[in-house]
Design a binder for this molecule. Sequence first.
Ligand code: SAM
Length: 293
Amino acid sequence: MVVSQPGQNNDNETFQLLLQYIEKELKFNCHDYNEAYIRRRLNARMLTNNLPQDNFVTYLKALKTTPDEPKKLYDALTINVTQFFRDTRAWEILENDVFPKVIAEKKNQPNRTLSIWSCGCSSGEEPYSLAIMMKELIKGREVVPKIIATDIDDLSLKKAHAGVYSAAAFKTTPPEYLDRYFHRSKDAKGIEKFEIDASVKSVVQIYCLNAITQMPPGTNFDMIFCRNVIIYFTQETKTKLMQKFYDALKDNGWLVIGKSEVLFTAKTENKFYVYNGAESIYRKDRRSLEDRQ
Ligand SMILES: C[S@@+](CC[C@H](N)C(=O)[O-])C[C@H]1O[C@@H](n2cnc3c(N)ncnc32)[C@H](O)[C@@H]1O
């Protein structure tokens, strides 16, 4: 929760006013994110606008009067850095160990739909990476992948819908995937573009929603990916979200968060167990800790 920090700024009232304005006008609830993060993003916008740091009155005025600033601030608050197959080691473990297990388990179940939620999907690189991996690993029609991709940021989702990326998105993508799953072209400036193939796109359904307050369609997910999203949330919000993921996953379902993110708190430690600690891969566990020992 965003509360005052004595000494950090002599103008906490205007800071709170600014937050209220952001919540009302931008529909972004700052109180779900930690205060240091919100301040950093605000100060970055002040710097870009040549405004003095930590001066919330001046920035609030600029926010009200500069046409593009609300949109730019929203982008700054929802920073959506991502790329295809981000964090190579995690994808190696997923490809060689986790996905083969998930697919093998699925083959023995009456419902052959393998449902994955990519929560905080940004411009689509993560859910499309998942869809590509499914196409690589699932032969025939024995298992049918379905990927639900969600994000709070409408602009990022527009990019996901378009499915057209520049070379920078593929720094960690195996080159053969570019040939197999993308169509190359050049834009008006001669810059190379890569459009995702319709067969990959059709596996992914995209929805705009706030992960904290809303749920995607369907529950009983086999896997949830929420990587590099919760890092900016308050502990209280993280705990709430983890309960939500627990409820949305089927028994023994998989939860993958970002490498540098921490899952366990006193309230979540009974709900998941560590499958691969280094890569932050967990499984839902309905049994108590004692049963497992
Ligand atoms: C750094 S990107 C992560 C993208 C991708 N998961 C990855 O690891 O490459 C973080 C994303 O989380 C989204 N996000 C932040 N708060 C959110 C919320 N409350 N609900 C849904 N998405 C949120 C942002 O809009 C942003 O696109």
